[in-house]
Design a binder for this molecule. Sequence first.
Ligand code: CA
Length: 223
Amino acid sequence: MATTTRGTVAAAIGAGLSLWLAGAAHAQNLVVNGDFATNPSGWSTAYHAPEIAIAWSDLDPADPTPSGSLQVTSTSTAGGSGGPTQCVDLLVAEPELRMDVLVPSQPAFAYVTAYPYVRWYSGAGCTIGEISTEFVPGTVSAGQGWTRLAGPLIPPGSAQAVLIDLGIVTPSGNSAPAVAYFDNIYLPEPGASALGAAAFALLAALAWPRSPRRPARSSRNDS
Ligand SMILES: [Ca+2]
């Protein structure tokens, strides 16, 4: 019987581990074409037209085996901070958005930074009901090299969709295009984190079962 119990526990641990790994490593990416393997499809320049242009680039953080990235060029002369966008419909408590960003050295500017942010919408499709704006934690400056930005976002309770904006901040009055590159943009499917947490709790409960409760000692203050 002890052997059977151990086998059952081992099977349960295996199942929990599989769930955990599935939730942590294989959560579906809600972002369309977030790795820019061959083209820039899935991303729109309409929101900040006509100041933003996009193109596919063979630069990639995983060089020398690149898959490519999204080159973003801003010609804003008003200190613009916009970029190409993509709308994702979602219902998730704290979506973890991450991306890799490169801002090459650009001698024409005093500074250029990549400053991606999101806009929350109460309507699916990001067309009606804009609620608020939230910046992705961190910025990337010129000459810094490929940098990973990541952070949990806190959507308003009524949010039904999020518009990801790969923004570039340029100096006011600039006269030359500013360029940045974005890659590996990832937003996990709803519930992936919760699934991983539940599986981990199951693993913990099986691996470290509670000891039988000992009879309560009398309080040291009792007299
Ligand atoms: Ca890539």
